[in-house]
Every structure is written in C-alpha cells, then in structure tokens.
Write a protein that binds this ligand. Structure first.
Ligand SMILES: O=C(O)CCC(=O)C(=O)O
Ligand SMILES: [Fe+2]
Length: 317
C-alpha cells in the first residue's frame, strides 16, 4: 500500500492539471470567440531598457515587438524623461511629425503655433489650474489624415491621476478576424473594397492654423483601405480612423450607421482590447496601423499629464 502522503500529492497534481485545462478551455472557448486565435498580447511589457542609450539592434527588436503586439509598454523608462529626451528617442524610429497646437491639448510652449511634442493634459499650462477635458475619448488612429499613416505614437506618463485615466487599445488584426468570422454578410462584405476619406480641413481645432495651408499645398485628402494588410506582419487589419469618418461611395448617414456598428463591436469585445493603467514614467509605443486607442477619462479634476511625440516609419512608399 502507498503511503498516504504520496496519494495526496498525486491527487493534488491531478486536480491542478484538471483546473488548468478547464481554465485554458474557458479562455480559448468562452473568452476567445471560436475560430479567432490570439497571436500576441497587446501591452507587451519591457523593463530595464536604457532608452537614452539604445543601440540599433535593440531599436530593431523594439520595432518588431511593436508590429507584433501593437502596443509596447516600457516600464520605468527613465527617472524622468524630458520633452527633448522623448523627441530624441522617437526620432530614432523615423521622421518626427509636427502638429499644430490646439487640438484640445496644450502645447509645451504656449507661444509656438506648431510643435513636435503635445502635452496631453488637463492642467492649464499658463495658470496651473485643472480643467475638465474629454479630448480623444473615442476610438481613433493618430495621424489618420496623412496618406502615409504608418506612424508610431510615443506617450510618456508624467503626471498620473489617482483615479481613472486609463488608455484603451483595440487590436485591429483581431478586429478584422472577428468581423470576417462573425459579421461577414452584414458588415465585412459592405466594407471589403471600401476606403475611408479623411480631410484634415475637417478637424475643428486645426482651423485657421498655418499648418493647414502648408499641408494642403503638399497633400490631398487621405483615403485608406478599410480592409488593409499590415506593412510588416502582412496580416489583414481593419482601418476606419474613427466612427465619424466618411466611407467613399456611402453617404455620411450610411457611413455613420456602418461605422457605429463596427465601433460598438470593438468597444464591447474584451478579447481584442487592452486597457493600460498608467504608472509614472511608463512609455507607451504603438503602431497606428495596428491598433486604435482612446482615452478612457474618469479622472475628473485629478491632474493628468502625458507627453506625446509621433514619428513616421519609412517602410511605406
Ligand atoms: O489620453 C489618452 O489616454 C490618449 C490620448 C491620445 O489619444 C493620444 O495621445 O493620441
Ligand atoms: Fe490619440
């Protein structure tokens, strides 16, 4: 007869493996819709990387991680990252992108009309007072008005509120797969060969900015395939910019109807989402052709300040 203790250990192992198998089954079959496979998790976390002295090999590894995971989180990126440090880092990925100040966000320098850095904040840069903001609280892709929209955003956590203030991301590869699998006739087939049309002149906060004159002299209205192929992964991805966009060939009402439907699906499917809970000194890097994002608000009058830079990678023609 076996000693009592070995029987117990054996049965504990057995029970544990049953529980693990059951949890895995639940994850794959209940939380993940049938037929959809999660390849990589968004919000892939990296620690201990000296971003101020990054070498070319590490840089390439980071780019690959961003393409695969959509969003990469560098935790405790530095003791403190200044706007200049952030720009230097972002410039190593590609060409820095200048934007008009305004856009609901405060500029780093109130006298500049354009800058490479945006302060995503509710702190009035002149008075220091906190104001209520709800900018960017809907799913969108930064830089959608550029035809060449292969743009990375770099967002650094400077002042983090005690409540709320998370950033929500949606994986556009999984979103594509889900629409294809579960909404083939009512949605996917309607948008399969369609493009969204994005006109920079429609952005209210850019109105009157000299940026527009320069932009209009060099660029046309941007048109993006709604069902696209990612430049690096070569996997199909969804791209609709935001639910307010116009679809080529559809009226504004028709566009709104279909994009609302898609947006609701993306907003209500946790398996394709990642919600980033900010810590001070986090640095997020995301690929705007791979994920959508939005501010989740909910920080009321708690101070919040994130520093943002953008750069365009030079793979797309
Ligand atoms: O405030 C946030 O969480 C996101 C802001 C945003 O959309 C951006 O930085 O592009
Ligand atoms: Fe954004």
């Amino acid at each position: 007869m076996k000693p009592v203790s070995s029987i117990n250990i054996g049965s504990i192992y057995y029970s544990l493996s049953i529980i693990i198998l059951a949890l895995y089954y639940l994850y794959e079959n209940v939380f993940m819709p049938v037929g959809i496979t999660k390849k990589h998790s968004m919000g892939f976390k990296i620690k201990n990387i000296d971003i101020q002295n990054i070498n070319n090999i590490e840089l390439q590894q980071l780019k690959d991680l961003v393409s695969q995971h959509g969003v990469v989180v560098i935790e405790n990126a530095a003791n403190y990252l200044s706007a200049q440090d952030l720009l230097l880092f972002a410039s190593k990925f590609g060409e820095l992108i200048k934007l008009p100040n305004g856009f609901g966000f405060n500029t780093s320098d109130q006298f500049e009309t354009e800058s490479y850095i945006s302060n995503i904040t509710n702190i009035d840069q002149r008075t220091g007072l906190i104001k209520s903001v709800n900018t960017a609280e809907y799913l969108h892709n930064d830089g959608d008005f550029w035809q060449n929209n292969y743009i990375y955003t770099f967002l650094y956590g400077d002042v983090i509120p005690n409540i709320g203030g998370n950033t929500h991301f949606v994986d556009l590869e999984l979103a594509h797969d889900y629409l294809y699998q579960y909404h083939k006739t009512d949605i996917f087939d309607l948008i399969d060969d369609k493009r969204v049309v994005i006109d920079v002149n429609d952005i209210p906060d850019f109105e009157g900015s000299p940026f527009l004159d320069e932009f209009n002299s060099k660029h046309n209205v941007a048109r993006h395939d709604i069902i696209d192929k990612h430049i690096v992964t070569q996997k199909p991805v969804l791209f609709y910019a935001c639910k307010f966009a116009k679809i080529d060939g559809f009226t504004m009402d028709e566009s709104r109807y279909i994009l609302d439907k898609i947006d609701n699906i993306l907003m209500n499917n946790d398996f394709m989402s990642y919600q980033h809970e900010w810590n001070e000194n986090d640095l997020l890097i995301w690929d705007n052709t791979r994920v959508m994002h939005r501010s989740m608000g909910g920080y009321y009058l708690e101070p919040r300040k994130l520093l943002r830079a953008q750069s365009r990678l030079n793979l797309k023609s």
